[in-house]
Design a binder for this molecule. Structure first.
Ligand code: PHE
Length: 327
């Protein structure tokens, strides 16, 4: 009997065929076991022993060959299905995140008007985030911004306004700056995430050179640049670091001011806070004989309106299928 054919099997299918031909129901070895009954007792013993050894040997060879063939197959698969992670993809699957996109548009508008871009630390101290912005300790307006504190008294900045203070302490007037960046508040719902982005603006010059009228002109131009043909309205408001202060609304971009669900049937959308810099802020940084204006806006609010995003939280889940819609 030729057991060598086992070693020569070229595939698992071929090996299985050989196994059946030897050890299957009608296999050669099986048949010879069946023929044992025709032999004399003495011969039976001898031939049965031989047959059992033969069967054992065949089984061993088959299982060894099976292992070899399976290993070969696996190696071939590993080779042919290898993923080259260094491969260059000429069609990137990502997109610019709508928050970055909106941020870039805002920065672009102001840098073209000669505003510088300033940055500051995310972990702030009480002086820069509150005190110097005319928010003394125990001032009730501190509650406007629910703050994350660290044990050592430092905090995650609740707005980009501390960068106003840092820039004024570092430079001399005139100042014409914006400060984009992340801010943090204890807030989480459809339209609020604990981390979000603001862009701050500050203009300071000799007393009398900068007025509320300049502020109004800049912001109106800016909002029309961002949202197209909208009406802009200034509503009296309160911020500790500006006096007078205003909140700025645009006519609802969805219903054109008719009244809809997004604008709570008012026809207006609130998009900005602003005002004339409070004299106490200039005092805190040692500036004299100057005047200025400041404004602050939430980038997420702009991005949601511009891209019709309903649930802000989806922006931070990193789902590629969602992001691909913004290509
Ligand atoms: N810092 C304010 C806020 O976070 C926004 C603001 C900035 C208002 C500058 C007026 C002037 O709500």
């Amino acid at each position: 009997m030729d057991l060598d054919q086992i070693k020569k099997a070229a595939s698992l299918e071929e090996l299985e065929k050989i196994r059946v031909s030897l050890l299957g129901k009608n296999g050669i070895i099986t048949k010879r076991f069946k023929e044992l009954k025709n032999l004399s007792n003495e011969e039976k013993k001898k031939v049965a022993k031989e047959l059992n050894e033969l069967k054992e040997k065949a089984l061993e060879l088959i299982s060894q060959k099976k292992y070899e063939l399976e290993e070969e197959l696996l190696n071939m698969k590993l080779k042919s299905e290898r993923i080259d992670v260094t491969l260059f993809n000429p069609k990137p699957t990502g997109a610019i995140h709508p928050i970055s996109d909106t941020m870039n548009k805002i920065i672009d508008f102001f840098t073209k008007l000669n505003f510088s871009v300033e940055t500051g630390p995310l972990v702030e101290d009480d002086f820069h985030n509150f005190e110097a912005l005319n928010l003394p300790k125990y001032h009730p307006a501190r509650d406007m911004q629910d703050t994350f504190y660290f044990k050592d008294g430092t905090l995650l900045r609740t707005h980009t306004s501390p960068v106003q203070i840092r820039t004024m302490l570092k430079q001399k007037p005139p100042i014409r700056m914006i400060s984009p960046g992340a801010v943090f508040r204890r807030d989480y719902d459809l339209t609020h995430t604990p981390m979000f982005h603001q862009v701050e603006g500050l203009v300071v010059d000799e007393k009398g050179k900068v007025s509320f009228a300049n502020l109004k002109f800049i912001l109106e131009s800016f909002l029309i640049h961002m949202f197209g043909d909208v009406k802009v309205r200034f509503r009296p408001s309160f911020f500790p670091f500006t006096e007078p202060s205003a909140e700025v609304d645009i006519s609802c971009i969805f219903c054109k001011g008719e009244g809809c669900r997004v604008c709570s049937h008012t026809g207006w959308l609130e998009v900005l806070g602003c005002g004339v810099v409070d004299p106490n802020v200039f005092k805190a940084v040692g500036y004299e004989n100057v005047s200025g204006y400041a404004f602050g806006l939430g980038v997420e609010r702009f991005a949601m309106l511009l891209n019709r995003i309903n649930d802000l939280r989806s922006m931070y889940e990193g789902d590629i299928r969602l992001m691909e819609q913004f290509k």
